[in-house]
Ligand binder design. Structure first.
Ligand SMILES: NC(=O)c1ccc[n+]([C@@H]2O[C@H](COP(=O)([O-])OP(=O)(O)OC[C@H]3O[C@@H](n4cnc5c(N)ncnc54)[C@H](OP(=O)(O)O)[C@@H]3O)[C@@H](O)[C@H]2O)c1
Length: 252
């Protein structure tokens, strides 16, 4: 049984704790969080600590704290020679001034309180030693069937791509919601369109799934939209994305 400790109290720490608490082959011994968390945040039966000096012996420590804090937290660990992995998409494998070189990056968007099917989440693992990779693989396999061996370049590329397909797309929802509200329409009207757009790319390549006035080069409609939009910010975003779609359509 692999002995695991999670360090962090945020979105990823909470989701990983939930996933590992239900996993066979892994015993989640402790969760460290800097601040106290409300009761029920972490699974029952898992010891919660708030002092790094109280960390117990484990085969793997997963550090799920803000990117800016990873190096400081890892350097503050009161032991050496154990396997410590961070969960960041962009932070390098090698942490300057530290001997701990491992990554356990779950490629998913995590928000507190949202239920997720962990078994489908791609988990990217990296380590400089073969034995460490084997331990990371045991941990990853305990919660997911979708494991990938990456390097820092590949992980950075995945993280950048994820910002486009997740964070930027969600921001488009925010802007779409604003346009609806300004015109006394509920955002709910757009939900079937959002669902179908996400479903289509499960079967079609994204370029093949593209539709809309930019793809068709319907210049009258594009000009009408630009005239309709009130804010300079929305006009600018609309124009840039239209140009990007048209450039990609030409290159096909
Ligand atoms: N959210 C995602 O969708 C996602 C997906 C994949 C990977 N990741 C990565 O996972 C990591 C954690 O992200 P998250 O979304 O869980 O962040 P989060 O919800 O903002 O939580 C960050 C946690 O880090 C703790 N922290 C910050 N500075 C600390 C310090 N100096 N010492 C101890 N704890 C400290 C915070 O503690 P306090 O509450 O006390 O401030 C908080 O518990 C990041 O590396 C992120 O890039 C995130």
């Amino acid at each position: 049984m692999l002995k695991l400790v999670i360090i962090g109290g945020g979105n990823v720490a909470q989701h990983l704790a939930q996933a590992f608490a239900n996993a066979r082959d892994v015993a989640l011994l402790q969760v460290y969080s800097r601040s106290a968390v409300p009761p029920g945040t972490f699974p029952a039966g898992v010891e919660q600590i708030h002092d790094l000096n109280d960390l117990t012996d484990a085969d793997l420590y997963i550090v799920a704290v803000s990117d800016n804090a990873i190096a400081d937290v890892i350097k503050s660990l009161p032991f050496s020679g154990r396997l410590v992995a961070h969960t960041s998409g962009m932070t390098p494998l090698e942490i300057e001034g530290s001997n701990y070189n491992a990554v356990f990056y779950p490629l998913q968007t995590f928000s507190k309180g949202r239920e997720i099917d962990y078994s489908a989440i791609p988990v990217c693992i990296e380590a400089s030693e073969r034995l460490h990779l084997q331990i990371l693989r045991i941990a990853a396999t305990a919660i997911s069937a979708n494991i990938h061996y990456t390097n820092h370049g590949q992980r950075s590329a995945l993280h950048a791509a994820a910002v486009f397909v997740n964070n930027f797309v969600n921001h488009m929802y925010v802007l779409g919601d604003e346009i609806c509200r300004d015109n006394n329409l509920p955002f709910d009207i757009l939900k079937p369109l959002i669902t179908e757009t996400a479903a289509k790319v499960q079967e079609l390549m994204p370029a093949d799934a593209q539709t809309g006035p930019a793809k068709r080069n319907d210049t009258n409609t594009i000009q009408a939209h630009l005239a309709f939009l009130q804010s300079d910010e929305l006009k600018e975003i609309y124009s840039q994305l239209t140009k990007s779609i048209q450039k990609h359509v030409k290159e096909l």
